[in-house]
Design a protein around this ligand. Structure first.
Ligand code: SF4
Ligand code: SF4
Length: 412
């Protein structure tokens, strides 16, 4: 969006303040510049030359502290696309100033080449298993970092593919599984559960070699790298003869569905992106539509609540499917938590770059979890799992974070 279009869009804001009720950063700070209305005002002042748009520290702070959770957008009576405006502004900043070094290392250095996450997993596991972490924990050294890192698996999903993938004779559907970087390396039990659940229900699964979906790059405004990753993934995905592309990471799924918008000025890729978009489906929606089985005898009692990832509920527009599945599992009691669809403050690497405000948003989520008196916090995004797991460990809250597919795999 150019500056004139941005200004025109911002002028649609009628300053009603509805966004205050749903904006996580406003709810925990009470700061007018931490809500859509205030952020829009700052951008407008920049566009009208009342503030230096490119060098005003306040603009930088408040724009970068937006979680891009889109809660304001879906509740705005004037349909102001605040998250989109902020993303566009970040893109302009990144073009002008380049990525900050920490983001460059993390996003372009690691996520752009996802095999480089292998030594990270292995080293972290060594740190956790060798006793070093235990000693440092007792000594109270690096408490936040120790709590932030989930227990690293010994193997990635890719390491185990040969053992997990089965030949399914006469499959009900042929699907590709989009294996995201975080699930593959850090939450491999989720990836294995996804494949197992699909195969147990007679769906044949193929796992294509892909790159990162580009979510970290997109959120930091690095659109050049986002496009490179998206083009690679689109070429691979569009060549597959499958009925659906299954996602178990709301973020990956939501970003894959945004590729068509990314290539709105590039006919070739836009066309491919639209085909891929129509095939991308969250695993809960897919199973509900095409069928799945549950072992009725496996009815261990469990009280659970569900946290909606922002990319799930507002990106993929998945709200009811995971709940319907949970409610149908024998022994499971689903208790809704307050503000289930409010961001947990994870937002990819937001918790690393904005720890203070991220923690406040998380505390609010954890209080709502505590109020349910459930023991399992179910969700469907590895970024949320990381943040919520950190919260439980850091505040010594009883309970565990599980992905929906982990529960389903146990109930086969
Ligand atoms: S809800 Fe929409 S119109 Fe109302 S203040 Fe917020 S951004 Fe403006
Ligand atoms: S996207 Fe989320 S954090 Fe950003 S202004 Fe809107 S509601 Fe607030």
């Amino acid at each position: 969006m150019d500056n004139n279009a941005m200004l025109e869009t911002i002028l649609k804001c009628n300053r009603c303040g509805t966004c205050q009720d749903v904006c996580p950063t406003y709810q925990v700070s009470g700061d007018e510049f931490s809500v859509a209305r205030g952020r829009l005002r700052l951008i407008r002042m920049g566009l009208e030359n009342k503030l230096d748009l490119n060098n005003e520290p306040d603009i930088d702070t408040f724009i970068n502290q937006c979680l891009l959770c889109k809660a304001c957008e879906v509740n705005c009576p004037s349909s102001v696309p605040t998250a989109k405006l902020i993303s566009d502004l970040r893109e302009n900043y990144t073009k002008l100033k380049g990525l900050p070094i920490a983001k460059k290392v993390l996003y372009r250095g690691l996520f752009s080449h996802n095999h480089r996450l292998i030594p990270i997993r292995k080293l972290t596991r060594f740190y956790q298993k060798s006793g070093i972490q235990g000693v440092l924990k007792v000594a109270g050294v690096f408490p936040s970092i120790n709590n932030l890192i989930p227990e690293m698996p010994k193997f990635s999903v890719k390491d185990r593919l040969q053992d997990i993938i089965k030949n399914i004779p006469n499959p009900k559907k042929k699907v590709a599984y989009f294996l995201g970087c975080s699930v593959n390396q850090f939450f491999s039990q989720v990836g294995e559960a996804t494949i197992n659940v699909l195969q147990a229900n007679s769906y044949s699964v193929t796992v294509p070699e892909l790159l990162c979906c580009g979510a970290p790059h997109q959120s930091s405004g690095d659109i050049e790298e986002f496009k490179r990753l998206a083009k690679y993934n689109l070429e691979k995905l569009s060549g597959l003869e499958v009925d659906a592309i299954i996602v178990d990471c709301s973020t990956c799924g939501s970003i894959l569905k945004e590729y068509d918008e990314l290539f709105k000025d590039d006919l070739k890729y836009k066309e491919i992106a639209e085909i891929v978009k129509n095939k991308v489906v969250d695993i809960s929606v897919f199973l509900l539509e095409w069928g799945y089985k549950i072992n009725p005898n496996n009815d261990n009692k469990m009280k659970v609540t569900f946290h909606d990832p922002c990319h799930g509920v507002r990106g993929l527009k998945v709200k009811d499917a995971p709940r319907e599945i949970l409610k149908k599992i024998p022994g499971i009691e689903l208790i809704e938590m307050k503000e289930a669809d409010m961001c947990c403050g994870g937002a990819g690497s937001y918790s690393i770059f904005h720890p203070k405000i991220s923690r406040k948003v998380l505390e609010r989520k954890l209080n709502n979890f505590n109020d349910t008196n459930t023991s399992v916090l179910v969700t469907s995004c590895p970024a949320c799992m990381m943040q919520l797991g950190y919260g439980l460990r850091n505040y010594s809250i009883k309970g565990e974070v599980r992905h929906l597919v982990e529960i389903l795999a146990e109930k086969l």
